[in-house]
Design a protein around this ligand. Structure first.
Ligand SMILES: Nc1ncnc2c1ncn2[C@@H]1O[C@H](COP(=O)(O)OP(=O)(O)OP(=O)(O)O)[C@@H](O)[C@H]1O
Length: 290
């Protein structure tokens, strides 16, 4: 970790869950800089994700967390630096990446069933005619079963609860046997019990199937016990390390260039005093990582 607060992400991986003995990282960002709408979101970002590793991406609104996932999907071009997937340059639409986008409200009248959504993951528009229908149905059933959602197969997506929808979307993301899963705010609008269920499901799946996961969240608490490292973005810089190394008052105060307090209570983490932007450091408010 640099002590300048700028080039702050060069930290060797710590506690990857399934180290592969020094093999190729699933994902490697080197000196990556991304600007959108005339603003640099983050710069000179270095990140290596080991096979099976679970990394949470944290940071205040607008710091570029979703844009990081989009860059890894090949949807945003970097200003400089590189992104490699399993040692190779990125290809847009690479089946080795599974994506769980941010949840959107789906109207119950939309005639898309859980099984249709998962089938799109298997042979969506990119994959033409895909598997013969019997095999495809079997595969959809297996994927839904793997996330405990088989009984929901024929229910319209819009009628499912938030937690049930997340399960189905996870099944869709797993359809291509990904080596890396990108998940954007999968706990949004879920109650605590459902958050715990989805967290346990994600952790169990990545251990069983061996994929790495980059998960964007405002709240580390649902995954605090299962995550390997956190990447904390703020003001164009980042900190990377084990939760105990990053979620500290001194580390986040340096990153935000403003006093920030990290409080631990009953096994939960609260980050207090996060400014709107580093430039707006005096306008403190409380961002509770409930
Ligand atoms: N395609 C785009 N063109 C221009 N600006 C964009 C584009 N996509 C995102 N932005 C801007 O980049 C900034 C970062 O957006 P992003 O969604 O990555 O932030 P975030 O950290 O995920 O925020 P939140 O926590 O609020 O979801 C925002 O100011 C957003 O308006």
């Amino acid at each position: 970790m640099s002590d300048t607060g700028h080039l702050s992400t060069r930290v060797p991986p710590s506690r990857p869950s399934q180290p592969d003995g020094g093999g190729t990282p699933v994902l490697a960002l080197r000196g990556a800089t991304l600007s959108l709408g005339g603003r640099t979101l983050w710069s000179d970002l270095d990140l290596e994700v080991a096979p099976g590793e679970f990394i949470a991406v944290l940071g205040a609104n607008g710091t570029g967390k979703t844009s990081l996932l989009r860059a890894v999907l090949g949807e945003h071009d970097l200003d400089s630096g590189s992104i490699r997937l399993l040692g190779q340059p990125l290809r847009r639409g690479d089946r080795r990446i599974g994506y769980v986008p941010q949840q959107r409200l789906i109207d119950p009248s939309v005639p898309v069933r859980a099984r249709d959504l998962v089938a799109m993951g298997i042979d969506g528009h990119r994959w033409g005619t895909g598997l013969p229908s019997a095999r495809r149905r079997e595969r959809v059933d297996r994927l839904l079963d793997s996330v405990g959602a088989l009984p929901l197969a024929d229910t319209r997506i819009g009628l499912l609860s938030g937690g049930e929808q997340q399960r189905v979307r996870m099944a869709q993301a797993l359809a291509g046997d990904p080596r890396l899963v990108l998940a954007d705010e999968p706990f949004l609008s879920l109650d605590l019990r459902r958050q715990a269920e989805i967290s346990a499901l994600i952790d169990e799946m990545r251990r069983r199937l061996g994929f790495a996961i980059l998960l964007v969240t405002h709240d580390i608490n649902p995954i605090l016990d299962v995550v390997d490292r956190v990447l904390y973005l703020a003001g164009g810089s980042a900190r990377l390390g084990a939760p105990d190394e990053v979620l500290r008052s001194d580390v986040l105060s340096e990153l935000y260039r403003s006093p920030v307090e990290v409080i631990r209570s009953s096994g939960r983490v609260l980050v207090v005093g996060v400014p709107e932007t580093p430039e707006d450091a005096r306008a403190h408010h409380v961002e509770a990582h409930r």
